[in-house]
Design a protein around this ligand. Structure first.
Ligand SMILES: [Ca+2]
Length: 437
């Protein structure tokens, strides 16, 4: 890109963003905490000798996440506390600022009436103890309510085909945080020194809120679903969504880099935005292409013919090889009424209705959403990574989609022909074709 063009791009975006910002501030007074959050976000190159201080002096704004290995820093601006952007420096670096606040939402609805019961898991032995088999007499013993959904994806066979059950595989759950003390997570979390809470600005990604309101319980459910599929995987909890289930671009992007720093091998993003983000795409591109991490993103719950970002970016390019977009089907393999869909962009479907999962406060709660389908896929990837692969890492997600169950035979899903990806997750076929035996 020529310098003159870059200048136009940077200035054009910032002008547009500033107009939006003015409208927002004139119509909706923001809370004090909100006003301290960056209004815009950008990722800037980090070169030898750079520190957060040199970057702030060069570009203006404030460093949110500094990652020398990635050669990238996430910077925020427009929080009323930082100096103005140096537009010339930004344009010379080809950096674009984009709107930051509340771009991302977790997707899913907790079904609180009729399906709420006390968590019965009790201890890790329920999940992973002794026999390593979570199945008893054809029933998924740990959470019997999920038996049908898990039989649908052949989880019983998958546990036999991947007997390490995801052991040694770190899965980052970038979400609303977790109920860290829930019995479902006993012995399954990464060391406390690795935990991160971008919302609270501390190291304790504990979910906060009221069950049944906003996104409270979302991350606990998502992490618990990963562990139901891959019982010996390790969960790295990173909180980026607040109790409303909403999150900022700078936090989501920072969390993606952070997960890579902590050695995650799969990242679950049960969240999405209708707005494309360069900052997020750069982060996904880095962790997939440079760090060999697999990234799973939910497709969104608006029942529209356009999946959300970053799922919408998971289909092409070298980073697309290690990224998956996931929509939701019901127990009869029909597209869930809420699931987004999109020809070519949506890659895989998984069960996402009435999935029972851990809920804050020792509960077992049923959730529906593409947010629940994604962690079933994530858990499946963790099962594969816990074994010796028979294919290159870049072909793992392809093996998963290629070996999906056809969703169109016999007029099934006829209104969504070719808009539901390659099919519905089949863990037995996937593992048979991706793991060495
Ligand atoms: Ca892909």
């Amino acid at each position: 890109m020529k310098p003159s063009k870059m200048l136009q791009t940077a200035l054009g975006l910032c002008t547009a963003a500033l107009i939006v910002g003015c409208n927002q501030s004139s119509t909706a007074p923001t809370a004090q905490a909100e006003s301290k959050r960056p209004e815009y976000v950008m990722s800037v190159p980090v070169t030898a000798g750079d520190t957060p201080q040199t970057l702030e002096a060069r570009y203006g704004g404030r460093v949110v996440e500094f990652n020398a290995e990635a050669g990238v820093a996430i910077m925020g601006t427009g929080d009323g506390q930082t100096q103005a952007l140096n537009m010339q420096a930004l344009s010379l670096s080809g950096v674009r600022a984009e709107p930051n606040r509340k771009q991302f939402r977790g997707g899913g609805v907790a079904m609180m009436s009729g399906s709420r019961s006390m968590w019965a898991g009790g201890s890790r032995s329920m999940w992973a103890g002794g026999s390593r088999s979570m199945w008893a007499g054809g029933v998924y013993a740990s959470v019997a309510e999920n038996t049908v959904s898990f039989q649908q994806v052949k989880l019983e066979r998958a546990h036999a085909l991947a007997p390490n059950l995801g052991a040694g595989v770190k899965v980052a759950v970038i979400d609303t945080g977790l109920d860290l003390g829930h019995a479902a997570f006993a012995g399954s979390l990464a060391p406390v020194t690795e935990w991160k809470d971008y919302v609270g600005g501390d190291a304790v990604p504990q979910e906060e809120g009221t069950l049944g309101v906003g996104g409270y319980g979302h991350g606990t459910a998502v992490a618990s679903i990963v562990l139901q599929v891959a019982p010996l995987a390790t969960i790295l909890p990173i909180r980026v969504l607040d109790s409303d289930g909403a999150g900022d671009t700078d936090h989501v992007a920072s969390a993606i880099y952070y997960a890579a720093e902590q050695g995650a091998r799969v990242i679950n993003l049960s969240l999405g935005s209708v707005t494309r983000s360069d900052v997020i795409e750069q982060a996904v591109k880095y962790v997939t292409e440079k760090k060999n991490i697999l990234v799973v993103s939910s497709a969104g719950n608006e029942n529209t013919n356009a999946i959300t970002y970053p799922a919408a970016h998971a289909f092409d390019g070298a980073d697309g090889d290690r990224s998956l977009s996931v929509g939701s089907v019901n127990a009869r393999d029909l597209k869930s009424s809420f699931s987004n869909y999109q020809k070519d962009k949506l890659e895989l479907m998984a069960p996402g209705e009435n999935i029972f999962a851990a809920g804050p406060g020792g509960l077992l709660v049923s959730w529906s959403g593409t947010s629940m389908a994604a962690p079933i896929v994530t858990g499946g990837l963790a099962l594969a990574l816990g074994q010796t692969l028979s294919v290159g890492l870049k072909d793992v997600t392809k093996k998963m989609t290629e070996n999906g169950q056809d969703l169109y035979t016999g007029g099934l899903n006829s209104a969504y022909k070719d808009m539901l990806g390659k099919g519905r997750l089949n863990l037995e076929r996937f593992l048979t074709n991706a793991v060495k035996y």
